[in-house]
Design a protein around this ligand. Structure first.
Ligand code: ATP
Ligand code: MG
Length: 361
């Protein structure tokens, strides 16, 4: 998997960028607020079809015109494709258009063509923040490797929404309870398929993440456990109906999933230090890359934003050693300092200044 070229037009603080990354390790250095995270976000957009950080798509559009564009040539299994994403602001809303090799595509059809594993500082919340962050982790990986997962995910979200509004109508006696039956069945069908994919993903991630974490930390034990819906989801949905009617929302199903993260046998959420959290998240991300490679036969492009800060010298060295897989890596840092000796010499190093990529020094 390779990003051969990237062109940004009016994307966040990039008015115009044309870039050809190297096939291995690419390092982008820049001070705060210069565009490092924006650059990685644009590459992630090509893989996921939506930004994992923007709350509104219109945030992606720069000051110049009503339109932002991300265009790239990517290569998978020796085959090149041209991906174009354009985001046009129309009043309050933004419209996204996607083309692959000149053919318009729906957003749900893009994931899987170009695959990435993304780590950025927002992901540090993975250990400490709420379960939706951990569900997003699994979704980000699964949309790229399981055909149909993206479509199921969005169908499931619609079913939950429609069931919730029907619950309120049934509670208000505007609809008979039997009207819920078809939604219960649909919820259980789609929900079971999502849960099965997620359980399988955690099973594959578990040992790989533990091995990465042990290697980077010098022996800490990382454990992951999927906490999914009951095995007989239809029965559980049925049994929860009285409670759901009282609350006006659906209480069982994979929209309530979580992944338990433990370090040396204890819940990481409560006590892991900053550096330990970072190590755990990076290890899970490296495991994700390994799972993507195992499932698809190709390593994803690794996008690591400011990954080295807060790690001690030994952890940095071990982490970078873990990146010696044959794939393409794009890594950012405020300074060249934290890179262990030799790494910068083996990389394509560029500097980012005010939304421009320039040579360093
Ligand atoms: N839609 C937009 N239009 C113009 N500028 C934007 C837009 N969205 C974000 N920016 C600007 O982009 C700049 C760079 O952001 P980015 O997050 O990429 O910085 P960074 O290099 O990662 O910095 P840090 O080291 O602090 O993480 C910010 O100053 C932000 O104000
Ligand atoms: Mg940043």
């Amino acid at each position: 998997m390779l990003l051969l070229s990237l062109a940004l037009r009016n994307y966040r603080n990039y008015s115009r960028l044309d870039l050809e990354p190297g096939p291995r390790l690419n390092v982008f250095l820049g001070l705060n607020g210069q565009g490092k995270t924006n650059l990685l976000e644009s590459v992630a957009l090509l893989a996921l079809s939506a930004s994992p950080r923007a709350r509104r798509e219109s945030e992606l559009v720069g000051p110049l015109a009503p339109e932002a564009r991300v265009e790239a040539v990517v290569e998978s299994r020796g085959r090149q494709s041209e991906v174009r994403i354009s985001i046009v602001v129309e009043g309050e809303r933004a419209r996204r258009r996607i083309e692959i090799d000149g053919v318009p595509k729906r957003a749900i059809d893009l994931p899987g063509l170009f695959r990435v594993t993304l780590f950025w500082p927002d992901d540090l919340g993975l250990v400490k923040s709420g379960p939706d962050h951990r569900r997003r982790l699994l979704n980000q990986m699964l949309v790229q490797v399981v055909p149909g997962y993206t479509a199921n995910l969005s169908r499931y979200a619609r079913v939950v929404e429609q069931r919730n509004s029907l619950l309120k109508q049934v509670a208000a006696r505007e609809q008979p309870p039997a009207a819920l039956d078809v939604w219960d069945v649909e919820l259980a069908r789609l929900g079971s398929s999502l849960a099965e994919a997620r359980a399988g993903a955690v099973d594959e991630l578990r040992d790989l993440a533990a091995a990465q974490h042990a290697a980077i930390s010098g022996g800490e034990r990382l454990e992951l456990d999927y906490q999914g819906p009951p095995a007989d989801l239809l029965e559980a949905v049925h049994n929860s109906r009285p409670e759901d009617l009282r609350r006006g929302s659906t209480s069982v199903g994979p929209h309530r999933d979580d992944v338990a993260i433990r370090l040396d046998g204890r819940e990481a959420r409560g006590f892991a230090s900053q550096g330990q959290q970072r190590t755990a998240v990076v290890s899970i991300k490296l495991a994700e890359a390994a799972v993507i490679q195992a499932r698809t036969g190709e390593p994803p492009v690794l996008l690591f934003d400011d990954v080295l800060s807060e790690l001690d010298a030994e952890r940095r060295q071990a982490l970078l050693a873990g990146l010696s897989s044959p794939g393409q890596v794009i890594i950012t840092s405020v300074e060249a300092d934290p890179f262990p000796a030799g790494v910068i010499e083996q990389s394509v190093v560029r500097c980012i200044e005010k939304g421009q990529v320039v040579g360093c020094g």
